[in-house]
Design a protein around this ligand. Sequence first.
Ligand SMILES: [Zn+2]
Length: 397
Amino acid sequence: MAVGSTEIPQGKLVIRNIGLLLSGDLKQPILEGDTIVAVDGIITAVGKERDCNIDAADRLVDAKGTTVSPGLIDSHVHPVFGDWTPRQNQLGWMDSFLHGGVTTMISAGEVHLPGRPRDVVGLKALAITAQRAFSAFRPGGVKIIAGAPVVEKEMTEEDFRDLAAAGVGMLGEIGLGGVKTAPEAKKMVGWARTYGLQSTIHTGGPSIPGSGLIDADVVLEADPDVIGHINGGHTALPLDQVRCLCERCRRAVEIVHNGNELAALHALRTTMELDQAERIILGTDSPAGSGVQPLGILRLLALLSSFGNVPAELAFCFATGNTARVRRLNCGLIEPGRAADFVIMDRAQHSAGRDLLDSVHKGDLPGIGMVIIDGLIRIGRSRNTPPATVTPEIVKQ
Ligand SMILES: [Zn+2]
């Protein structure tokens, strides 16, 4: 199991000779420039090499003309403790996601914990413990934002105030616990908003025996910050309800890998038609019955770009800048002041695509050559993606 440190590495990182720079920002998804400089884990300069101060680098990477994107963010995972999941009894799943370019994961509830407490004191204690534990533990360097309580009917406004005061920043998916009806969900979302906790809801049919249906009427009345897995997890709502949610709710549209792919494409097309691409964020909803998907975010990007006919550079924004903005994270964009979290990748060997973006638009996965978190090189060539045609070179480390 990977041992994670939460220490921010000191020193200066320079990435030069970048062939394509993906910003993560829908307004300008491709940046001019071939160089990124980061100091003590934070980006300080982006642009042409001649305009950046690249002297005295502690770590120097030659990207060899390949593509750099912000690290990918998985908006919907279900961690438990450590780098272990009881759902498929697997060790090291988060480290495997790092090899899929994921540098940040967001908990939608630590719902798989064996014996998960459902009483109010217990569920609050679990959320606080998960928040603390994952603040102090980063498998492979991946940032796990956890501590997402699964709300129950017995909770009062005071419980939300306590959670916020204890450092809990979000709710788990509403609907995984005993709160199922619109009035109950609306009340909990309101309390969460009052105390600065972000809210999300389980949209669609039950995931596993014991969980329930949340339909469009409940989501609309509850009005959570994130329409959690709008394409179901796994069972989707009828497509007219998916459309209705895109049209009538203004909140984030979360599309997940472990959902209904037809509904995913319907949600994508509807949101794009509404000219509201900034609402689209991506998650895997793993671990799940379908297993653990280390390449889930990349696969979802490729699905949406190819079948959904969205330019690949925009699809990358869904999994980076959009999610960072919705989730209020200091990553997901390549600009000064942001966390130095990067994926360096290239067209996979023998892809029919002529370059990285074309290969993703044709439905292929990119080959990852390096992942950097907080300015530190965490892995070289990925063990999970198909091999990149060209990989970056570490000139100095
Ligand atoms: Zn769910």
